[in-house]
Design a protein around this ligand. Sequence first.
Ligand SMILES: [Zn+2]
Length: 203
Amino acid sequence: MGQHGQPGSVGRHEIPPRSGVAFTLDRGRRLTVIDPQGEQVADLVAFRRDDIDEVISSGRTLDYAGRLFLTAGDPLYSNRSTVLLRIVEDTVGRHDFLLTPCSADTFRILYDDPHPHRGCFGNLAEALAAFGIGPDRIPVAFNVFMNVAVDGTTGTLRVDPPLSRAGDRVTFAAETDLIIGLTACSAPQSNNFAFKPIHYVIE
Ligand SMILES: [Zn+2]
């Protein structure tokens, strides 16, 4: 798969399994996140480029949407209620916007792993450092293709295999100049216990 210039350049890029990237995305550009093999999650975070105190907000977005599952047509709001991204195309229709990026602590606490991988959180922290964004600023990510089932009565959450098949995609339109962090997720359960790459296209 041709990685094609810098991570933020126009074209198609690959994120290897259990890794992540950060790049700028100009207003008016489109970012398409592709699951090339199927059943692979990508965590996406977004910051306003000219003021990194403004960041994608799960709470604002779900509040204004009035539901947990977002798809084509839905805006993704910031902590200041600005639309940062809008979902313009979605071939799957099931993503998560509740759970934080997986991390070494996730693997230690949920899975008792004594030597945990740094997870999406560690991958995002390293990639975003180049933009002056420290780890404590990393918000709840929009977890593309992540399939979290919610029991409507008890609120119990269950992480199921993604519904995405090879070639499924979600396209986001940038409504302002952004810094994007994007991963190929590292959590076993979220990805049906196989770590695969993620592709993305900027146009
Ligand atoms: Zn992850």
